[in-house]
Design a protein around this ligand. Structure first.
Ligand code: ADP
Ligand code: MG
Length: 611
């Protein structure tokens, strides 16, 4: 297809398909600067042109924009800097699957914004004055490096400068750099997320925040890396954004097919559903039935409530595990990330500059500009954040966590960056006691180095003591050893037909590590429940919970209980009871749900000393 026709084709196309948008743009320009073309429309209009756009966007897009400028509009206005954005691009490529063959192609990626720099002007066409002859010349600035004239273009001068940059005659555009990272729900088995840098310019700059989930469409470019010794042969990838699409927060979760739905509904009717769910939580970890039950409730969570006065009560359940080292706290945390539809694992002592919440930092991405970076609790928005070693987190994180846990937002105000990020996630924390072992007679807050106000924001706190007990110890030992050899034995049996390992041997070993419900199905089950089930409490259940709460208050009175009993606990009980109803996909919170809740709460309270 000859290039000459492209602008004509685009003119036809835009007039036919987007006339109303063009009129709107003309009216609102320059506040509005782009028209947004749905790629399938272009494909329908002219599939060759659509194909060319995907293959040679750098050649084709300028023609689209030229066409837009040349269309006769009924208003006196020139649309010099108007853009044509394209959305619903079929070339969706995973960040980790980007390869050199995608360079300079029009592609689409999906992910979560991890970092965003401040918006700053970037020069696109620099005006220079020759200091010898005062001739003005222009240097277009397309790449990442600033280009200066080699010599004066005035033939009678031709000197190599010096040149003076004329700011008022140069052209600038708003520019921002973003870093987008694979979303937690698209990571299998807790692998490390990969990321990609994105250039957002003009009307695309300054509209996204860290934690936003987006589809970004644009042209993939590369920049040569520079090393101290010179240029490298390796190139870094940058996506030059053409358009941004917000992903619907609720619906981009796992694909649940009609067959899945049937399976899920069947599972929910099994009278053993609670045991099946509990049996699918970290089966290689022995015991801890109470904790696993609580973790099940946390996975399903409750429904957030909007009160008539506009305030919001969170539905997410926060759980803290405190205890001696070596009792599988970290293992539990990692496992929960695997089966949560959106799980993020982090450590309180992590080296990342954003910490757990968010931070304004100066780093490479921003070339010295301030960059807002999202931490684990933002990346886990609408999911679960497992945070290990909470006792070792920074002062900044500790203070930001109050807001993050209750309001489920994180505010950052530093160096001209003012932002409120969303952190609507459940927090599963683990903390080691300061002196290695937990001391029953010392205060909890002091031992895990966390202020009581923060501790009180957890719905459930489990204190795990590693007290030697011959029967229990031998059970754990057997369980651990079996799980260690399970994989090996089954492999041996498969590889060596003559192996002496019997099928029964393999089964008895496998039993201890296989979840009742496999991880993928579990994630779907949880996602389905959270999407479809919004339980309401029955009177009997409400009475049971209120009576239990009143008893707690009475017992807590006068004692210097480590965790004061406040209305927070009441809210926690309601959340747990709703989650319990969700497990069997029921829209009614029954007395049984209420009883399950108070039983778990009692198990916790006994440990923290409200007897
Ligand atoms: P923590 O974070 O509490 O210090 P870890 O999660 O690192 O402990 O666990 C230490 C090791 O002990 C892990 O390999 C874990 O599997 C094992 N372990 C401890 N308790 C149990 C248990 N109850 N069942 C199975 N394994 C256990
Ligand atoms: Mg640990």
């Amino acid at each position: 297809m000859s290039e000459i026709k492209w602008d004509e084709k685009f003119r036809d196309f835009l007039k036919r398909y987007y006339w109303d948008d063009i009129l709107l743009l003309a009216n609102e320009y320059p506040e509005m600067r782009s028209i947004v073309v749905d790629f399938p429309d272009l494909e329908q209009f002219d599939s060759d042109l659509a194909h060319e756009l995907l293959e040679h966007p750098d050649d084709v897009i300028p023609y689209a924009e030229q066409a837009l400028r040349e269309i006769d509009i009924p208003i006196e206005k020139d649309l010099d800097d108007a853009h044509v954005q394209f959305i619903n691009i079929p070339n969706r490529i995973g960040i980790r699957d980007l390869r050199s063959k995608h360079l300079l192609k029009f592609i689409s990626i999906e992910g979560m914004i991890r970092k965003a720099t401040e918006v700053r002007p970037k020069v696109t066409n620099a005006a220079f004055m020759c200091m010898r002859c005062e001739n003005t010349s222009y240097e277009p600035q397309d790449g990442p490096k600033f280009v200066e004239p080699n010599e004066c273009e005035n033939e009678s001068c031709g000197k190599k400068g010096p040149f003076k940059l004329l700011i008022d005659q140069s052209t600038f555009v708003d520019a921002q750099k973003l870093q987008v990272q694979e979303s937690p729900e698209n990571l299998k088995g807790g692998s490390q997320p990969q990321s990609l840098d994105v250039d957002a310019e003009d009307d695309l700059a300054g509209i996204v925040k860290p934690g936003d989930r987006l589809v970004i469409n644009g042209i993939l470019r590369s920049h040569q890396r520079t090393l101290r010794e010179g240029k490298s042969t390796f190139y870094d990838l940058v996506l030059h954004a053409n358009s941004l699409e917000y992903v619907d927060q609720e619906f981009d979760e796992l694909d649940i097919t009609p067959e899945d739905e049937e399976t899920i509904l069947d599972m929910s009717k099994d009278p053993n559903i609670y045991n099946n769910i509990i049996g699918s939580i970290a089966p290689s970890i022995y015991g801890y039935e109470d904790i696993k039950e609580a973790l099940s409730l946390q996975l399903f969570s409750a429904v957030p409530k909007m009160l008539p006065d506009g305030s919001r009560v969170r539905g997410d359940i926060h759980i803290l595990l405190v205890g001696d080292p070596g009792i599988a706290k970290s293992q539990l945390l990692r496992y929960m990330v695997k089966i949560s539809p959106r799980g993020v694992f982090a450590s309180g002592k992590s080296a990342s500059s954003s910490g757990l919440t968010a931070a304004a930092v100066k780093d490479d991405l921003g070339d010295g500009r301030w960059t807002l970076e999202a931490g684990a609790l933002v990346m886990a928005d609408m999911g679960l954040a497992s945070v290990d070693e909470m006792d070792k987190m920074s002062k900044e994180d500790k203070s930001a966590l109050h807001e993050a846990m209750e309001q489920q937002t994180i505010s950052v105000a530093k160096a001209g960056i003012l932002a409120t990020l969303k952190s609507r996630c459940a927090l599963l924390g683990a903390a080691n006691p300061k002196y290695g072992r937990f001391d029953k007679y010392e205060g909890l807050a002091e031992q895990i180095n966390m202020p009581p106000a923060l501790i009180s924001r957890f719905d459930l706190i489990f204190i795990l003591l590693d007290v030697p007990d011959r029967t229990k110890d031998s059970n754990i030992a057997n369980h651990i050893l079996k799980s260690h050899y399970a994989g090996e034995l089954s492999e041996q049996r498969q590889k060596l037909p003559t192996s002496t390992v019997s099928e029964e041997d393999v089964e008895s070993h496998m039993e201890v590590i296989l979840p009742t419900i496999d991880n993928d199905l579990m994630r779907k089950y949880v996602a389905y429940a959270r999407r479809k089930v919004f339980p309401i409490m029955e009177d009997e259940a409400r009475e049971h919970i209120i009576n239990y709460y009143l008893d707690l208050r009475r017992q807590g009175e006068g004692k210097d209980a480590p965790v004061p009993v406040t209305a927070r606990q009441l809210e926690a009980l309601v959340r747990l009871a709703e989650a319990s109803a969700r497990i069997r996909l029921s829209n009614v919170v029954t007395l049984d749900d209420a009883k399950r809740t108070t039983r778990i709460s009692m198990a916790c309270m006994r440990q923290v000393g409200v007897d």
